[in-house]
Design a protein around this ligand. Structure first.
Ligand SMILES: Cc1ncc(COP(=O)(O)O)c(C=O)c1O
Length: 129
């Protein structure tokens, strides 16, 4: 700090250190609250105890995050072995942001015929694969 006394400088440093501590504490509270809310939602959905996640802003970012996490998990389940091309299965009813996310991840989209209610069903997926 130019043109200030040592005392002013020390005071400014103390204020900044205090603010940093406050942010760290409040950040930890937010992470705790997020984990609690995710646990509650996971339990309601019947997901296993090891299920977790993160809240993100907006559906587009959520879809991208979910697809990146799914690819990461799929790679781990295959012992780190990766296919020549990853594919995401979706029906024509899927939100366009999913296809954009796949394009951004350089992943192919496998279009599946939806059932009469617009759902992607296992049988149709098996057939397409
Ligand atoms: C399934 C789904 N994905 C993505 C989006 C896009 O959300 P956003 O505009 O918040 O990115 C929507 C919006 O309705 C949605 O329903």
């Amino acid at each position: 700090m130019h043109g200030h006394t040592d005392e002013t400088e020390r005071l400014a440093e103390q204020i900044l250190a205090y603010a940093e501590d406050r942010f760290r504490l409040e950040g930890a509270s937010a992470v705790y609250a997020e984990n609690q809310a995710l646990r509650w939602i996971s339990d309601l959905a019947g997901f296993p105890a090891r299920a977790g996640g993160a809240f993100v802003q907006g559906g587009t970012t959520g879809n991208l995050s979910a697809l990146v996490a799914a690819r990461h998990t799929a790679a781990a389940n295959r012992g780190g072995e990766r296919p020549a091309r990853w594919k995401v299965a979706a029906t024509s009813q899927a939100h366009s942001s999913g296809k954009r996310a796949a394009r951004g991840m350089d992943v192919d989209v496998l279009e599946i015929e939806p059932d009469a209610e617009g759902r992607l069903r296992g049988g149709a997926l098996r057939e397409a694969l």
